[in-house]
Design a protein around this ligand. Structure first.
Ligand code: FES
Length: 578
C-alpha cells in the first residue's frame, strides 16, 4: 500500500511552532529554555511519550529508562521527543481499586495529547489497567499512537520451583491456612515471587492486555511477550521511537488500524490464551471509544470455536518467560492463522498476516498445536439468566470441570465486610455444594468493581480439602485468579439487578454448557423482594469519585464513562491557539 506522506506544514505541531506571531514566539522561546535549538524540532514530528512510570508501581520501575530508549529512536528517525508523565495505575498499592482510575488515565492521555503540540504518541505501560487506559485515550484522540508494553517480570522462584504472580500466592495462601505449608515457607516466597521489574508473569490481566494491544495492531510484532528485564526489551523501545516518527509522516492513526475484524482477532486471541476475564470489559470499552459495536454475545460466539493453546498459568502450566522462549505472541497467533482476519492493519504499516508470517513455535509444550489444545473451546463463557439478564462471565478453563454444571443453595454476603467477617467462622453453615454469593462489588457498589470475585474458600472447607466451589458476584477477579467464579453479573446489585434479591438458601443453577445462570425463585417472590429492596447510598459526594459514580456504565458496557464513548457527542475540536 502506498501512502502519501505528510508535509512539515501539515503536522499538528506546526500550528504551535510554525506561525510567525506572538504565541509562536512563546512556544519557541520556552522550548529553547530547555536547551533545545530550533534545529531540534523545526519541521519535525513531535512525539509525546506518555509514561506511567512511578515508584508506586513496581511493575513499571524500568519505564523511566525505557522512555530514554524511545527518545533515542525518535531522535535517530528525525523526530523531537517530549516525555509526559501520566497517572500510574499500580495494581498492588492503589486503593480502592485501579479500575476506579482507568477512565481517569484515559482522559488524561486524551487531553495531554490534545492540549500539547503532539503529532504522534508512544504509550508506556503494562500493569493491568494502564494499557486499556492509555489506548482508550489515544483512540479517542486518534493521532498516530504505538504502545511500548512494560513486559512481564522474570519467573518467580521458591526452592527451585517456579512461582507465578498471584496464581501461586492464592494457591499457597490456601495451603498456609490449611496447614500444608508453614510461615517460614511463606516468608521465603515473599523474597522469591517478584524477582525483577515488569508485570505479573502469568497470563493475568497485564499479559492479556499487552497481548490484546499487539493483536489489535498497537505494538511492534512480538513486542508484548518480551520480558521486561531482557535487553531485547530496551531495543524494542528504541525501535518504537524510530517507527512512530514514520507513522506520523504516514498519518497511520488508530482509526486506520481498528475495525470489527481487529476486535474479532483480539477476542480470538483472548480465548486461545485463556486470558483474563478483565479483557472482556476492556475490549468492550476500547470498541466503544472506536465506535465499533461489540457485545458480550460476540465473545461467547468466538469462544465456542477457539481452542485454548497457551499452556500458561492460571489455565495452564508455564509462565510468560517460557511463552517468550517458545516464540511469543507471533508464534501463538501463527497457530491461529486460519481463524484470524489477516488483513487487519497494524502499527508496523503492514497487515497482521505479514507481521506473524513465518513465526516458529520453539517449545511445543508451551504453545500447543490446535489438535493438542488444553481445551477444545470455551476458555471463557458468557452466561445469562434470571440472575444475570445482561450477562456474566466465567472462565471454565480455570475452574474444576465438575463445577461447570452445578446446583446448590446460596450463601449470601451482603457486601465485602460481611464476607470478611464471616467467611472463616467455624460455625458457618456451608458445604462444598454451597454457592457463595457476594453483593455490592460492582462498578457502583464496590465502588470501582474491585477484584473480590474469587471469594475465599471458607477455612472450614479448606481443611476438608475443598479447593474450588461456585462463587457469584458483580465484581471482577484478578487475571491471576482461578476457580468457578461467575463474575461481572449485570446489572449489578447496587442498581437493583436481580443479584440484589438473592437470599441465603435460594437454589442457584449454573450450567456453562447451556450458558445459563438462574435462581430457582418464582417471579412473584422476586417481585415481593423487589418491593422491599432499598438501594445503598453512594460513597462519593464530591471529587473524582463523584464523576465516576455519576457516569460509569455497567460491566457489559465496559465500565467506561457514558460521555467518553465515541457516540457520546460530536468530535472534540482541536484547541484554538491564541
Ligand atoms: Fe502489576 Fe500484576 S501487579 S501487573
Amino acid at each position: 500500500m502506498t501512502t502519501r506522506r505528510k508535509t512539515s506544514e501539515e503536522l499538528r505541531s506546526h500550528r504551535w511552532y510554525g506561525a510567525d506571531d506572538l504565541r509562536s514566539f512563546g512556544h519557541r522561546s520556552r522550548t529553547k529554555q530547555m536547551g533545545y535549538a530550533s534545529e531540534d524540532w523545526a519541521g519535525k514530528p513531535v512525539i509525546g511519550i506518555i509514561n506511567t512510570w512511578s515508584e508506586a508501581n513496581s511493575c513499571h520501575f524500568h519505564l523511566r529508562q525505557r522512555a530514554e530508549e524511545v527518545k533515542r529512536g525518535v531522535w535517530q528517525a528525525g523526530g523531537y521527543p517530549i516525555e509526559m508523565p501520566a497517572i500510574s495505575l499500580g495494581e498492588v498499592l492503589m486503593k480502592p481499586t485501579t479500575m476506579m482510575y482507568r477512565n481517569l488515565l484515559s482522559m488524561e492521555t486524551e487531553e495531554l495529547l490534545r492540549s500539547n503540540p503532539i503529532d504522534g504518541a508512544v504509550l508506556l505501560g503494562g500493569c493491568d489497567k494502564n494499557i486499556p487506559g492509555l489506548l482508550m485515550g489515544a483512540i479517542s484522540m486518534d493521532i498516530p499512537a504505538i504502545v511500548v508494553p512494560a513486559g512481564p517480570m522474570l519467573r518467580g522462584n521458591w526452592r527451585g520451583k517456579p512461582l507465578g504472580s498471584g496464581s501461586d500466592v492464592w494457591k499457597y495462601w490456601m495451603e498456609l491456612k490449611s496447614g500444608g505449608i508453614q510461615n517460614a515457607d511463606w516468608d521465603e516466597m515473599e523474597d522469591g515471587i517478584a524477582r525483577s521489574f515488569g508485570t505479573c508473569m502469568v497470563m493475568g490481566t497485564a499479559a492479556t492486555m499487552m497481548s490484546m494491544a499487539e493483536t489489535l495492531g498497537f505494538t511492534l510484532p512480538g513486542a508484548s511477550s518480551i520480558p521486561a528485564a531482557d535487553s531485547n526489551h530496551a531495543r524494542m523501545a528504541s525501535l518504537v521511537g524510530r517507527r512512530v516518527v514514520d507513522m506520523v509522516w504516514e498519518d497511520l492513526k488508530p482509526s486506520d488500524i481498528l475495525s470489527a475484524k481487529s476486535f474479532d482477532n483480539a477476542i480470538r486471541a483472548l480465548m486461545a490464551m485463556g486470558g483474563s476475564t478483565n479483557g472482556v470489559i476492556h475490549l468492550v470499552a476500547l470498541a466503544g471509544r472506536a465506535g465499533i459495536p461489540l457485545t458480550l454475545d460476540r465473545f461467547d460466539e468466538i469462544a465456542r470455536t477457539t481452542p485454548l493453546i497457551a499452556n500458561i498459568r492460571p489455565s495452564g502450566q508455564y509462565l510468560m518467560e517460557d511463552f517468550f522462549y517458545a516464540g511469543g505472541l507471533r508464534a501463538f497467533l501463527e497457530k491461529l492463522r486460519p481463524m484470524l482476519n489477516l488483513d487487519a492493519r497494524t502499527v508496523s504499516g503492514k497487515t497482521l498476516g505479514e507481521d506473524i508470517a513465518g513465526a516458529e513455535t520453539l517449545i511445543p509444550d508451551v504453545i500447543l498445536d490446535v489438535d493438542k489444545a488444553l481445551k477444545a473451546d470455551g476458555a471463557l463463557a458468557i452466561v445469562k439468566g434470571n440472575l444475570a439478564p445482561d450477562g456474566a462471565v466465567i472462565k471454565p478453563a480455570a475452574a474444576e470441570p465438575r463445577l461447570h454444571k452445578h446446583s446448590g443453595p446460596a450463601l449470601v454476603f451482603e457486601d465485602y465486610n460481611d464476607m470478611a467477617a464471616r467467611i472463616d467462622d467455624p460455625n458457618l453453615d456451608v458445604t462444598a455444594d454451597t454457592v457463595l454469593v457476594l453483593k455490592q462489588s460492582g462498578p457502583l457498589g464496590g465502588p470501582g468493581m474491585p477484584e473480590w470475585g474469587m471469594l475465599p474458600i471458607p477455612q472450614k472447607l479448606l481443611k476438608q480439602g475443598v479447593r474450588d466451589m461456585v462463587r457469584i458476584s458483580d465484581g471482577r477477579m484478578s487475571g491471576t485468579s482461578y476457580g468457578a467464579c461467575v463474575l461481572h453479573v449485570s446489572p449489578e446489585s447496587h442498581v437493583g439487578g436481580p443479584l440484589a434479591l438473592v437470599k441465603t438458601g435460594d437454589i442457584i443453577e449454573l450450567d456453562v454448557a447451556a450458558r445459563t445462570l438462574n435462581m430457582k425463585v418464582s417471579d412473584e417472590e422476586l417481585a415481593l423482594r423487589r418491593a422491599g429492596w432499598k438501594q445503598q447510598p453512594v460513597v462519593y459526594g464530591r471529587g473524582y469519585g463523584f464523576i465516576f459514580t455519576k457516569h460509569v456504565q455497567q460491566a457489559d458496557k465496559g465500565c467506561d464513562f457514558d460521555f467518553l464513548r465515541a457516540d457520546a457527542g460530536p468530535k472534540v475540536p482541536e484547541p484554538e491557539i491564541h
